[in-house]
Design a protein around this ligand. Structure first.
Ligand SMILES: Nc1ncnc2c1ncn2[C@@H]1O[C@H](COP(=O)(O)OP(=O)(O)OP(=O)(O)O)[C@@H](O)[C@H]1O
Length: 234
């Protein structure tokens, strides 16, 4: 049986005028369903390019990408829109909430465009925001806003939760509590969670660590000594 997520010989070339930038050269990796996976690497290594391809936001120059048996790299524009809508939840460094909607309305808005959404209030409760549902983003702390963004992504009931530096804008302790939420979500709901980061310390909490360097996968490590988020230090 093939893996839940699979990158096979994936290449990405950006052309700017005469110049070609090989952002990804033959990237190969697999991720199993329900795993907490960290993709780590230095700036410019190709992490965001991988995430954008996996999220259906960018196309590839060669190779193939599969999710749950479906070839993402074979989808046309309209199919990619549906894929982004139904199959993938996104969490970014900056929370991208709609400022004039409450926490609850932000989550409901995302749920409206999905086939089989979860109840917005229930998901907000799950992320610990039952008392803050009626607040606007400006009335919430950074950590709380990121929780709303996570709830918004989870309400879609996605196959994959893709997180790009989800703690990048948060202080140390708040960042840890958001990471704990992501780890708990993975464990409790079976959602496959992929976190992109330059922070090497986060690798200790992952089931699978994919290290990217200069547009290729340097190594893939399955972690048999997973640490609690509380015990991570950086
Ligand atoms: N739209 C683009 N056009 C041209 N070059 C690009 C584009 N996007 C990325 N690149 C280049 O591709 C390479 C990989 O970039 P990518 O953003 O994937 O790295 P990264 O590991 O996510 O880095 P960071 O941690 O700094 O975000 C870099 O050399 C980058 O300059």
């Amino acid at each position: 049986m093939s893996a839940y997520v699979e990158f096979k010989d994936v290449k990405k070339i950006y052309k700017t005028g005469e110049v070609e930038i090989h952002a990804l050269r033959d990237v190969n990796f697999e991720i199993e369903k329900g795993e907490f996976c960290v993709i780590v690497g230095a700036s410019g290594a190709g992490k965001t390019t991988i995430l954008n391809i996996l999220g259906g936001m960018d196309t590839l120059s060669g190779g193939s990408v599969y999710l749950d048996g479906k070839e993402i790299s074979g989808l046309n524009k309209r199919q990619l829109t549906a894929y982004r809508r139904y199959d993938v939840g996104f969490v970014f460094q900056f929370y991208n909430l709609v400022q004039n909607l409450t926490a609850l309305e932000n989550v409901e808005l995302a749920a409206q465009i999905c086939k089989d959404p979860l109840d917005a209030a229930t998901v907000l409760k799950q992320v610990g925001l039952e008392d803050r549902m009626a607040n606007f983003p400006a009335q919430l702390s950074g950590g709380e806003q990121q929780r709303v963004a996570i709830a918004r992504a989870l309400a879609k009931n996605p196959k994959l939760l893709l997180c790009d530096e989800p703690t990048g804008a948060l202080d140390y302790n708040t960042g840890k509590s958001v990471l704990k939420l992501l780890q708990d979500t993975c464990r409790n709901t079976g959602t496959t969670v992929i976190v992109i980061t330059h922070n090497q310390a986060l690798t200790a909490m992952a089931d699978r660590v994919i290290t990217v360097k200069s547009g290729t996968v340097e190594k893939v490590v399955l972690n048999d000594n997973i640490k609690n988020v509380e015990d991570l230090e950086w």
